[in-house]
Write a protein that binds this ligand. Structure first.
Ligand SMILES: C[S@@+](CC[C@H](N)C(=O)[O-])C[C@H]1O[C@@H](n2cnc3c(N)ncnc32)[C@H](O)[C@@H]1O
Length: 258
């Protein structure tokens, strides 16, 4: 039976013990602390489970899944540059991760019901609502029955006109509207993201309203089991050499089951 628990906040755990993994996977942006690490915890992969890291980038999540959870991991990404970085890591520290070039919004190169869990972290901010829906369709196909999918992106609240990221109260991220569409619709924003060393990353990203993923997941057959909100804390600001207000919703995760 379908049910959705009330939204909940996952308490942030001090990052001081995990600033370095010793393998070059340094945590440098707020998303590492409030997006990636909580997502791994929520996904809770078990030893021996087969996990797909959809949109794996250079393989941070994939490596964590092997090292910290004992999972068997496949990663895929559409960027040959990111994949070559991931494969380079694999050469330096062989963890048995297989990396494939694939667009996760197209037919995935895996048989049906291949995976116990799927992680899609910091990816769908790059994809249109139609592409997100296609990904959920593909994910449903390759996930086993009873399997779990976690999706994590910047919190939709961050894009709202009164959020710290719009009013200059967050030194680590700024959003600027590019369209006049109502906030009930997905739309593109200019993003300025700053890491702990002050490096600036400018890009264009998709804002998706909070209702979009649960709706699309349901349409593709998933049950959205929980929605998590990650609040900005002083610890995270300090870890990232960032400043500004705290207590606002900065990242969120949607956990769904097939
Ligand atoms: C910010 S990185 C996150 C990488 C990884 N998930 C992590 O957390 O370390 C976003 C990645 O998503 C990939 N990506 C975005 N849309 C994609 C798509 N439709 N298919 C495959 N990869 C995609 C990009 O190429 C990029 O490598």
């Amino acid at each position: 039976m379908e049910h959705m628990n009330p939204d909940e906040t996952l308490p942030y755990e001090s990052s001081s013990a995990v600033m370095w993994t010793g393998k070059g996977d340094r945590l440098t942006v707020v998303g590492d602390h409030l997006g990636r690490l909580p997502s791994l915890k929520i996904l809770d992969a078990q030893p021996g489970e087969v996990v797909l890291d959809a949109g794996c980038g250079s393989g941070f999540i994939a490596r964590r899944l092997v090292r910290d959870h004992g999972a068997v991991v496949l990663g895929c990404d559409r960027s040959p540059t990111m994949l070559s970085r991931a494969r380079e890591h694999e050469t330096l520290e062989p963890l048995g991760i297989i990396y494939d070039e694939a667009d996760i919004t197209k037919e995935l190169p895996y048989p049906s019901e291949s995976f116990d869990r799927i992680a899609c972290i910091a990816v769908l901010i790059h994809d249109s609502p139609e592409e997100c829906q296609s990904f959920f369709r593909e994910a449903y196909q390759v996930l086993k029955y009873g399997g779990r999918l976690i999706v994590s992106i910047m919190h939709p609240d961050l894009f709202q006109a009164d959020s710290p990221a719009r009013t200059g109260q967050a030194s680590w991220v700024q959003y600027e509207a590019m369209e006049t569409a109502p906030m009930t619709q997905s739309q593109r924003f200019a993003e300025r993201y700053v890491d702990s060393e002050g490096n600036i990353f400018d890009s264009t990203v998709w804002y998706h309203p909070a209702s979009l993923f649960p709706k699309q997941l349901k349409e593709e057959g998933f049950v959205t089991t929980r929605v998590f909100h990650q609040l900005m804390t002083q610890d995270v600001l300090i870890a990232c050499n960032a400043s500004g207000s705290i207590g606002y919703r900065a990242f969120y995760q949607v956990l769904a089951t097939k």
